[in-house]
Design a protein around this ligand. Sequence first.
Ligand code: NAG
Ligand code: NAG
Ligand code: NAG
Ligand code: NAG
Ligand code: NAG
Length: 946
Amino acid sequence: MAAGYTGGTGESLILPRGSTQTPVKVQKKKKDSTVSTFSMFSGSGWIFFLLLLVFGAAEAQHKPPISVHSQCLGSVLRVDVGPLGGHQLEVSAVINGSAVPLTPALASQCGFSLKRNQLGRAQIYASLQNCFAANENDKTFTTTLNLRLYGNRMGDDQLYQVAETCRYTSWASREIICSSNYMEVSVERAAPDDYVLPEHPTTGANPASGDPRRDAEKPLIDPGFRITTLVFYTPEERIMPVAEAQRNGYGIANTATRLFLRSPKVSQETYTESVSGVPMSVLKTSTVFEKKWMATQIDAAVACPDVDGSVSLTEDTISWFLPGHIDPLLSSGQFYLLEVHMGVDGQRLDPTEMAARGYSLSVNDMHIVVEIPVGAAGGHFKSHVQDGQYLRSYSIEPMLEVLWVEDSTHEDTRYRVLLPITTPPMSQSVQVLDNTVPEERIFKVLLGPLGSDVVLMNVSFSSEVLSVSECNLRGFNVMEHVSPNSSSKVFTLEVPFTDPVVLQTGQTGTTVFSLHVTFGLLVLPEFAPFSLSAYLEETLVDIVPPSVSGGCDEENFYILVKHGSPGFEFQTLVGTRILTPQLAQQYGFMDNGTHFSFEVPITAPEVQFEAVQSSTIRSRIDVVLRNQETSRRIQDFSLACDFVTTLTECFPNGTMTAWAVKLESVPSLNLAQLTLRDPTCGPAYSDDRYAYFVFTANSCGTTRKFLPNMMLYENEISLPDELEMRRTSRREEPEYELKVSCYYDINKTHAVAFRARPRRSQPHAEDAKGALQVEMRLALDKSYREFYGGQGYPVSKYLQQPLFFEVELMKSRDPKISVELENCWATLDEDRTSRPRWDLIINGCVNPVDPYQLILHPVWPGGRVQYPPHFKRFEVQMFAFSEDQENLSRQVFVHCDVVICDPQNPQGGVCSGPCPNQENKRKSLRRAADGGSDSNHVSSGPIILH
Ligand SMILES: *[C@@H]1O[C@H](CO)[C@@H](O)[C@H](O)[C@H]1NC(C)=O
Ligand SMILES: *[C@@H]1O[C@H](CO)[C@@H](O)[C@H](O)[C@H]1NC(C)=O
Ligand SMILES: *[C@@H]1O[C@H](CO)[C@@H](O)[C@H](O)[C@H]1NC(C)=O
Ligand SMILES: *[C@@H]1O[C@H](CO)[C@@H](O)[C@H](O)[C@H]1NC(C)=O
Ligand SMILES: *[C@@H]1O[C@H](CO)[C@@H](O)[C@H](O)[C@H]1NC(C)=O
């Protein structure tokens, strides 16, 4: 009984199984539509009668109130019902108090049609003179309809009654309605020209009136005449009694002034004729009236365009061609077009509204042409799924209302055609747009446009399938965007790169994020599933944090920082200071784009001293790279290097200097408070990192020790006891004590070092070098006041003239040491080891075999002499070596071995005193002959014999 729409079957919904995946080309932010071609398509199949199956699981959830609205639109009445939700709709016509359900056949016979639009609303069209209308004088028409809504899940049937009275008086001579399912013609019940009323004289043309309309008026057929027979021209003549015609689905009505004839769009007696290239369904009749022995007839014809052949479609425009001259109706060429109106859904539109919707209406020699853009307001889209493809059709029901006037008869014809047009399902370019902004690290997908009758059910990823609500719980933010002006919607989805459904593959320095996504969609109300897939991919350069490395040479730390990924902002700390531009400049900052470097001297305040070891200081620099905003540390870098440095110096004059440095392990130490053993000897200079001490061998509590062949001066740098106790009792810090040592190597006449040995930490210094210097000079005379200078040599003397020699330990300020002569001798040659040689002093004793014995002179303080033990003076007579008496050599050199002694701790040898006993003389002599040459040596310049 129901001419239902495709697919659904009421309550028991059977969903087609399985969906086909349709890969969709992913395009980046670029819209471009797919061109599809399609052919002419009939609008039939859109109309369904009596029962309207309305689906909409979603629509049934929230139930907006159903509204029923009726309005008169010229010669038709329209009733709007909706939204229907899950209901089916049954329409009955009410006559004499009883309701007659409208079957499709009854609807086309009686002048009703029914359709549903995209919002689930129904439209019922009724011809004013439908079979059930209450007609008053062919001027007012009352139609009463019962509407029953039933069959939704709640089982709550709803009944509505709508009664509408329409007034229509501007009847044209001929009125034609072409509806989707019927054709209707009404003509004045005027007698044909040869008809003569028996009771009245003919009232034919009346030239005196001067009114062409009145001229055209013809007498009405007497109401006593009854319709008995219909003659159809198919085009062959076919005669049919009226009752049979009614049984065959024709509607025939005979009112006070008019004859109404209605036929289904396609019937046995209709035929198709091409009019100006447009195929039209044509019904041509003569209706025979009889009264007793009299008979007369009225001819009536109707021609309605078929959708096929009158509509041409392009991708984006619907063009409807209606012949400008419809021959079966207007056989004479003498007519003119008085009015043309366009409308939609039975309602006329004014030119402004038409323009706003993009419709156009034009008339040419052959046709009245209506053009409607696909998708224009007034129509609606419907989604389809075919072979897994998403398609969309567009439906609209335009109307043309034309008024022709025939020239000769002045008869007018009002022609109203409602033409439901539906495009064939067109492949719709649904795009999956990748709106991802890689920096946001979220895939942003836009899917659309899709029809408003499409719902998103689920989203499949390579690993799992999630429903829309699961997606939203997961944070994928699935949204549906409906634009108010179009019946389209788009879906958006956001998937963070961090979600497990996003695949990550690494390559060198980059990471590729990829996402396979398939949208599971459903077209309502058929519940037709389809899917759209997309693959998205983004490549991101890995974020590499900056890194720091470094090295050092004898003086500087070199720091090299590699920049991280672009945009990775960070701050550099050197020690505890931020590397400001000023500090950077100070440290020779350089940046080549990928790296920057700077150098920090070991003496810089940012450098920490860890320990003092031998002649090195172990120093450390700390560099921290950190996030500028959060202060989070990116990298901590420490570099420790040993720097060779001179902390202690020992000068030959007995002056000693020492640097004390602040060690990291004793942060609370105040270097200015350090002293030598003598607490009154503080630093000559100090700051918060260094203290510098200057002292002499005989001051500040310096002790001296004679070691074999060495002399050791020692002191210590520390805090005075009470300060140290106070400091270490308060803090867990080691005591600070730095030993300062100077070794003077006596043998070699060179000064030696220090050793610093703090009690706990390890610093100790290598030997510092000093030099003990001994000089021998020749005085002018016994007073030892004046001496021969460098220019005075060679000194000329006569044989046996006395020579006054002095040996001095130079520069030393230590009063407690003495200089002793171990051996003195004379040579002919400058080389002290040359032969022959003549001994003057042997092992501290005057050479006993020397005929002119050497005389030692005592030294007294005064004048140049501060410390007498630092001097030795002796006198020898000038002599000559004689190999033979005649040939005396004329030049001698005098040499001495000198020993520096500690008189308090003589350790034997010459230090025990001058020439200890005669017994040793022989041995000493022998030893001297061995050439004991380990002591300091002094030599005179050449002395020449006159
Ligand atoms: C309705 O009632 C009127 C008079 O009561 C009658 O003439 C007419 O035939 C009835 N119509 C139908 C369709 O029953
Ligand atoms: C996802 O939704 C589609 C409907 O579009 C359906 O055919 C499919 O079976 C659903 N998949 C799952 C796993 O639920
Ligand atoms: C910058 O200097 C670093 C270290 O010297 C070097 O490795 C790098 O190649 C340099 N970069 C450029 C662009 O010169
Ligand atoms: C000792 O020698 C050093 C280095 O030559 C010098 O700086 C210092 O002044 C001298 N000291 C004395 C007391 O002469
Ligand atoms: C110093 O001389 C002594 C003997 O006189 C010798 O044993 C010692 O090795 C010498 N020292 C140096 C450093 O030459």
